[in-house]
Design a protein around this ligand. Structure first.
Ligand SMILES: Cc1cc2nc3c(=O)[nH]c(=O)nc-3n(C[C@H](O)[C@H](O)[C@H](O)COP(=O)(O)O)c2cc1C
Length: 186
């Protein structure tokens, strides 16, 4: 997305969608919501719209025979790869998802059945938050890890498994892959 006017049209879509979004939250949270910076469409040097064509390899696609939404998942993985590569280069990425998808499709002339999956803003950023921004702002708190981890089946618990302790006390080891390395080492 190189053209300034085209970007401005997307920015207008964001403003419209964001006003609707703000009104969806409880009254007492709306001012805080409106204080968040949720896009960088006009400032970011690079805007990128990632699309997915569900018909590209039809009629039958390996990996999509049963879960039809896997094509979107693949596109999102590609976005994540781009995100990690950008961060490794010292760049920031922002995903602007507060957009009416049909309006975005129309604005960019994207034909059916192609889906606009992600609208991304890339560029140099002023800095990174040590703590997740929404947590710092008191919007939502981090959930306890034990509520999110299930062993072997939904709701399955295992107080002996060291993973919980690792996650609670040494999450850096998990992020670094040391936890996995320990488990894989016979
Ligand atoms: C699927 C998805 C949708 C998102 N939508 C928005 C959004 O509409 N506005 C926004 O400010 N951040 C959104 N984010 C979060 C930011 O893009 C991202 O967390 C932020 O730019 C900080 O980047 P970092 O996580 O690399 O530090 C979204 C993230 C994801 C994964």
């Amino acid at each position: 997305m190189r053209d300034v006017d085209a970007r401005r049209r997307v920015h207008d879509l964001f403003l419209k969608a964001n006003a609707v979004a703000a009104a969806m939250f409880p009254h007492e949270k709306q001012d805080l919501y409106r204080s968040f910076k949720l896009e960088g469409i006009m400032e970011a040097p690079v805007n990128l719209c990632v699309t997915c064509d569900p018909d590209r390899a039809r009629p039958v696609v390996i990996g999509r025979t049963h879960i039809k939404t896997m094509d979107s998942c693949s596109a999102v993985c590609a976005v994540q790869n781009l995100w990690l590569a950008a961060r490794a280069e010292g760049l920031g990425v922002g995903w602007v998802s507060i957009l009416d998808q049909d309006a975005l499709r129309q604005t960019l002339g994207i034909p059916e059945p192609i889906v606009p999956v992600a609208y991304l803003c890339l560029g140099w950023v002023e800095g990174y938050h040590r703590q997740p921004e929404l947590e710092k702002a008191g919007w939502r708190q981090r959930l306890p890890i034990e509520d999110l981890l299930h062993f072997d089946r939904w709701g399955g618990t295992d107080s002996q498994d060291p993973l919980l302790d690792w996650l609670r006390n040494d999450s850096q080891a998990v992020a670094d892959g040391r936890f996995l390395a320990d488990r894989l080492d016979p």
